[in-house]
Ligand binder design. Structure first.
Ligand SMILES: [Fe+2]
Length: 236
């Protein structure tokens, strides 16, 4: 069993195209996408079209909630831009997504943590260009009661794989379309595979046409996104 794990596309269709092209060269049995699908200034409608055409299990992230209801605290300009770009069918698709899910009886999907789509899990949230690591106890506390061999999460945009002391695997594949810290502008995704010794993780970084994505953001009125798109460093 091999599962492609995508998250945080954030409306970046050039990055999503590169990931899907890379994925076409690898055999997988299923695909999941962990939310924050469209929010962002690149190409929300194009990203939605591509995701809707995929045979995959998808859940909603905090930005998907905000795109659907711009009056919620936290909703911002990227959410508003996405909302303006989406057609009725794309809004309906987004509205039909739920916040958590199961793939079979071994893999649990969430966006932030199992109980909250705004809480960062495997990394504490970044300030400018840095992050800090939570303790083992903090990580484990969020997994209490989740009877899955594999727990998939996104939200922080930072790829990481770890194993709890009880053997459960937690994987954040990073972000397909919005790189914020640590200087890796490539499109990130992951593959988890059940092998003889247990579940194995592969974290993948795919180069893509960042100039096109930066140009799209600028054209759409978000020139301040250029640096993060081009270089993978957020900040002043
Ligand atoms: Fe996100």
């Amino acid at each position: 069993m091999r599962v492609a794990v995508l998250s945080d596309v954030h409306g970046n269709s050039p990055a999503l195209d590169a990931v899907l092209e890379d994925l076409a060269g690898r055999q997988v049995d299923a695909l999941v996408c962990l939310g924050d699908h469209v929010s962002g200034p690149m190409d929300p409608a194009g990203a939605a079209t591509r995701l809707m055409a995929l045979d995959g299990l998808m859940i909603a992230g905090n930005h998907d909630r905000w795109v659907l209801d711009l009056s919620l605290p936290g909703a911002g300009a990227g959410d508003r831009f996405a909302r303006e770009q989406l057609d009725d069918a794309q809004i309906d698709w987004l509205a039909g997504l739920v916040g958590t899910g199961w793939l079979g009886d071994e893999i649990f999907l969430c966006h932030g943590t199992p109980s909250d789509d705004e809480t960062p899990w495997l990394d504490n949230f970044y300030e400018k260009r840095t992050t800090t690591l939570p303790s083992e106890a903090e990580v484990a506390r969020q997994a209490v009661g989740i009877g899955a061999a594999v727990v998939l999460c996104g939200h922080t945009h930072i790829p990481r794989t770890l194993r709890l002391s009880d053997g459960r695997l937690i994987v954040n594949p990073g972000s397909v379309g919005m790189q914020l810290v640590r200087g890796s502008p490539d499109a990130h995704y992951g593959i988890v595979e059940k092998r003889r010794n247990g579940w194995q993780t592969e974290l993948i970084a795919v180069p893509y046409d960042t100039e096109k994505a930066a140009w799209l953001a600028e054209e759409n009125g978000f020139p301040h996104w250029r640096e993060a798109i081009r270089f993978g460093w957020a900040g002043p």
